[in-house]
Design a protein around this ligand. Structure first.
Ligand code: C2G
Length: 136
């Protein structure tokens, strides 16, 4: 008897100034399948989207995410518009995002399951940067 095909989960993020909220979403995403693939957004994409460079470069952010136990594979997310392509390229069965993105990726429900997980409260890269730089 053949065993069922492994279930691939994909998630995306910047993961800048890596914190426990990032860890939790990655752990919970991994628990939804057998293999976790993470798209780490490119420096260029961040600059375009947020108007500032990330604190850590894409090479550093990729290395941190790739070293996590629940992560099987990482790649650079070059554009937000390429989500469908990445889901297909990595043959993902499930797309997981934090619920700050709720509803935004429902269109991919035709090719995979789309799951939004509750964000970890009271922690964000922006708040950390402000705290570290003495802002609050
Ligand atoms: N996250 C979380 N809890 C927090 C902070 C972040 O669960 N307190 C989750 C986000 O919801 C997201 C992941 O951690 O699923 C990565 O967060 P960001 O690095 O802020 O990613 P973002 O810049 O929103 O992603 O295609 C999406 C892009 O790559 C951008």
């Amino acid at each position: 008897m053949s065993s069922p095909a492994p279930r691939t989960v994909i998630t995306f993020g910047t993961f800048d100034v890596f914190h426990v909220g990032h860890l939790k979403v990655i752990e919970r995403a991994a628990a939804l399948g057998d293999r976790l693939v993470v798209g780490v957004s490119a420096d260029e994409l961040n600059l375009r989207k947020k108007g500032r460079e990330p604190v850590f470069s894409q090479g550093e952010r990729l290395a941190i995410v790739a070293a996590l136990k629940p992560v099987d594979e990482v790649f650079v997310e070059e554009s937000l518009e390429l989500k469908r392509h990445y889901i297909q390229q990595y043959a993902a069965d499930v797309l997981v995002m934090g619920d700050d993105w709720a509803g935004k990726f429902d269109e991919f429900g035709d090719i995979c399951e789309v799951v939004y997980l509750a964000r970890t409260p009271a922690i964000s890269t922006t708040a950390l940067i402000e705290k570290i730089s003495g802002g609050s």
